[in-house]
Each structure stands twice: as structure tokens, then as C-alpha cells.
Ligand binder design. Structure first.
Ligand SMILES: Cc1cc2nc3c(=O)[nH]c(=O)nc-3n(C[C@H](O)[C@H](O)[C@H](O)COP(=O)(O)O)c2cc1C
Length: 274
């Protein structure tokens, strides 16, 4: 823990010396004084939350805005309690509940599979919408070849929360490894580091059965091609993109434009995403 705190201190010092437009927090909240210092340095600070209670904590800590992450999101849940597997909740429902408690700018994320989902979240009150899974097969994504193949492989039939790879709940395609290790493993980040060799070997061997195949519930709608096409499609300005399993229906009226990069975006790493 002391090492982790020292690392956080180093990151904070760096960000205060080299301010960036947006600092996005996940997995925890720093001290309110640290958030205030980042804001004084000129950064807008966003925290990812998965419940109304976490949203209230983030507001009380002084953030500028929230990333509200529904349980259908791919990859690690941002839950502040890594022992808790988030209960199933549609992102729009969570967003409604959060907005009843907290009056902050909100980026909604989790399970977005097309422009209708974007429009629904904007209609509930999100200022913008973020996606992860829909970009995983695009040209620009750093997704490993094994992960890419798995996302288009019809033999994967569902996504589930698993703690097996890292000790933190994360949504992934159900593989043999996930099914064989259903018990809660806690203690992130230690299991994450301990299992690294396994993940690296699985990636190198093209063994999707043992690789952490992070994916949100919208994975079947993830297309190949340029990322810009996905963003344009989500904003409702182009024809639907062909996906491996189905074609997303176009929406009838142009939706509100998705705000682009004012909000925190995260680089999706291929094999070693925390
Ligand atoms: C492959 C992958 C890696 C991710 N890595 C991170 C990460 O390192 N940090 C983080 O806060 N969120 C991470 N996320 C979660 C995303 O920030 C976002 O909440 C999620 O992708 C949104 O849901 P969607 O995947 O259904 O679009 C990751 C998601 C995916 C799919």
C-alpha cells in the first residue's frame, strides 16, 4: 500500500507540474485536497462511478464531472469496492439514479452498441457518451490479434464479470479459463501481476481460452475499419456499419452530436490493460 501511495504521489506531482486538460480517475478517489490542486493547475477532474453512492462521494471530493459506468461495460469495473461484483443495471437506469442525487456533468458509458443507445443516454441527461468495446476491432486499436479474432468468433456467446485474471471484477467474453475459475479472487493488483505471464503466453500462443478477452455486452456490434467511422455512426451521421453478427439499424432522425474529446478518453491497451 505504501508503494501504491508513493506511486500515486508521483503521478499527482507530475500532473501538477505538467497540467493536462482532463484528469480521469478510476478505481478510487484521491484526497479532496489533491483534486482541488489539480483543478487549480487548470485540469478538469472526472471520476468514474458505478453507483449513486459513489457519485455522491465523488461530488463531495470536489470533482468537476462524472463518468457513469453501467455494469454492461467491458473491461474492469470502476467500482470503488473491488470485492463487490456490480449488480446488473442498465446504464440509462444508473444514470437516472445518479442524476437524481448529483448535479454534475456526466459522461455515460457501458454497453453502448449503436446510435440508439447513444441517443437514449443523451436523452436521460448525459452530456456525452463514451465507448470502449465498439472500438476494439478498429484499425487504430491496439487490441491483440487473438482478442480481435475472439470478438468476431461466434463460439463466444456471452460476456460475464470475472475476477480470475486480475483480482478485480472485469467484464470479459466467457472463456474456458473464466468458467474454470468462478471463485472470487481479490487483492488487485497482486493477482494482475501474478497472472501476467499466463496472459502473455496465451496472447503469444493465440490461445483465446486463457486470454483476458475484455468485452462489454455490445461486443457483437464491434465493427472492423477506421475508428472515425464508428464515431460518425454513433453520432448518427453515416450509414450503419456492418458487424460480424448483424447490421445495426440506422436511426430515423439525426441524433444529437456526441461530444468528442472534451471528455476523458482512455487508451485501450491490447494485452496488458490493468
Ligand atoms: C479492452 C478494454 C480495456 C479497458 N481498460 C480500461 C482501463 O485501463 N482503465 C479504465 O478506467 N477503464 C478501462 N476500460 C473501461 C472503459 O473505460 C469503459 O468504461 C468501457 O469500455 C465502456 O463500456 P463498453 O466497453 O461497453 O463501451 C476498458 C475497457 C475495455 C473494453
Amino acid at each position: 500500500m505504501a508503494a501504491l501511495r508513493a506511486l500515486q504521489g508521483e503521478k499527482l506531482a507530475w500532473l501538477l507540474a505538467h497540467p493536462v486538460p482532463v484528469v480521469s480517475l478510476t478505481f478510487g478517489l484521491p484526497e479532496p485536497g489533491d483534486i482541488a490542486a489539480l483543478r487549480r493547475a487548470g485540469s478538469r477532474v472526472f471520476a468514474t462511478v458505478t453507483t449513486p453512492a459513489e457519485a455522491s462521494l465523488a461530488r463531495d471530493a470536489g470533482v468537476d464531472g462524472l463518468v457513469v459506468q453501467g455494469s454492461s461495460a467491458g473491461g474492469h469495473s470502476a467500482t470503488l469496492d473491488p470485492v463487490r461484483i456490480p449488480g446488473p443495471i442498465p446504464t440509462a437506469t444508473l444514470l437516472r439514479r445518479v442524476l437524481r442525487e448529483v448535479d454534475l456533468s456526466v459522461v455515460a458509458t457501458g454497453g453502448v452498441d449503436g446510435p440508439q443507445a447513444v441517443r437514449a443516454l443523451l436523452d436521460v441527461g448525459a452530456q456525452s457518451v463514451a465507448v470502449g468495446t465498439l472500438l476494439l476491432r478498429t484499425d487504430e486499436a491496439g487490441t491483440s490479434p487473438t482478442h480481435r479474432r475472439a470478438l468476431g468468433d461466434p463460439s463466444f456467446v456471452e460476456t460475464v464479470f470475472t475476477q480470475a485474471f486480475t483480482g478485480r471484477p472485469a467484464r470479459a467474453l466467457r472463456s474456458g479459463f473464466v468458467s474454470r475459475h468462478p471463485d472470487g479472487i481479490v487483492g488487485y493488483p497482486a493477482p494482475h501481476h501474478l497472472a501476467r505471464a499466463l496472459r502473455q503466453a496465451a496472447g503469444a500462443a493465440g490461445d483465446a481460452d486463457r486470454l483476458h478477452l475484455w468485452a462489454g455486452t455490445g461486443w457483437r456490434s464491434a465493427p472492423t475499419g477506421p475508428a472515425a467511422d464508428v464515431v460518425r455512426h454513433l453520432a448518427g451521421v453515416v450509414e450503419p456499419v456492418e458487424t460480424p453478427s448483424r447490421v445495426v439499424e440506422p436511426i430515423e432522425t439525426p441524433s444529437r452530436v456526441v461530444e468528442p474529446i472534451e471528455t476523458p478518453s482512455r487508451v485501450v491497451e491490447p494485452v496488458e490493460t490493468p
